[in-house]
Design a protein around this ligand. Structure first.
Ligand code: B1M
Length: 208
């Protein structure tokens, strides 16, 4: 019998072999793919919470995301065949001039783990590129990361350009030098201090 509790535990522990096998077993048994995905999302929610609380660190979060990827690789064709697609799409990128991508990648992984479709534009992304990607993918939310005090000022241009070109699309920001006060100052829709909090922030904004 499919063991979804074990699947949740495997993803949380970052065990990708078990995550893949347990996902395959659940698929073979004909379980609703959304239920299987839910078991993995639950694990990533726990990982995000523990990360926020300082109980887990970056490596554990990365291996959990990798285990979830092993499961979703099996699940994706089943979800597609069942006509299940993520309700919301997100565009993420590191702001223009900035090449740091580890935090941005974590946010992207956690958003995927939280059920969003994520389009990752990489690093050194201009405001125009963010806008073009939002239009191309009909995205609902944009996540912008900056690690340098010299590049965080470029976030203002992204917020303004996305809001002007695609009203209603939310822009959230984060990264080591970024503060909630700065986010408010540049008109961003939100700020998250870490990748776990970014999931709660996106959910709150998208379901508002
Ligand atoms: Co650079 N670097 N770096 N660097 N680098 C820092 C950021 C720095 C603090 C080091 C220092 O001086 N102590 C400093 C910035 C100083 C400042 O501006 N205040 C610095 C500098 C100066 C530079 C260069 C200018 C160095 C030089 O060439 N003279 C240069 C800049 C290049 C450029 O970007 N144009 C540079 C280059 C590099 C490397 C390429 C060598 C490498 C990046 C590799 C890569 O990313 N692929 C690198 C690294 C690794 C670092 C440090 C050591 C680590 C950054 C990191 O990945 N942290 C960093 C010092 C440090 O932080 N201790 C440093 C781990 C990561 C998980 O954390 O990205 O903060 P972080 O993400 C967190 C949160 O911030 C948040 O969630 C994550 C955790 O969950 N978060 C978001 C991030 N984005 C978010 C978005 C959100 C929400 C939350 O919503 C969308």
């Amino acid at each position: 019998m499919a063991d979804l509790a074990a699947l949740t535990a495997a993803v949380e522990a970052g065990n990708r072999t078990d995550a893949a096998q347990l996902t395959q077993a659940a698929v073979d048994e004909g379980l609703d793919p959304r239920t299987i995905l839910g078991a993995m999302t639950t694990a990533m929610d726990t990982v995000g919470r523990k990360f926020q609380d300082g109980e887990l660190f970056v490596p554990e979060m990365l291996i959990a995301a990798r285990a979830m990827k092993a499961g979703t690789a099996i699940l994706e064709p089943v979800l597609l065949a069942a006509g299940v697609t993520p309700e919301f799409r997100a565009v993420v990128g590191t702001v223009e001039g900035d090449l740091h991508d580890i935090g941005k990648n974590l946010v992207g992984m956690m958003w995927k783990g939280g059920g969003l479709e994520v389009i990752d534009l990489g690093v050194n992304v201009s405001a125009d590129k963010f806008v073009a990607a939002v239009r191309e993918h009909d995205a609902h939310i944009v996540g912008v990361s900056a690690l340098l005090t010299t590049t965080m000022s470029n976030m203002r241009g992204v917020v303004e350009a996305v809001h002007a070109a695609t009203p209603g699309v939310r822009v959230v920001i984060g990264g080591a030098p970024v503060t909630p006060e700065f986010a408010a100052q540049i008109g961003a829709d939100g700020y998250a201090p870490d990748a776990g909090a970014a999931v709660d922030l996106a959910r709150g904004l998208l379901h508002a």
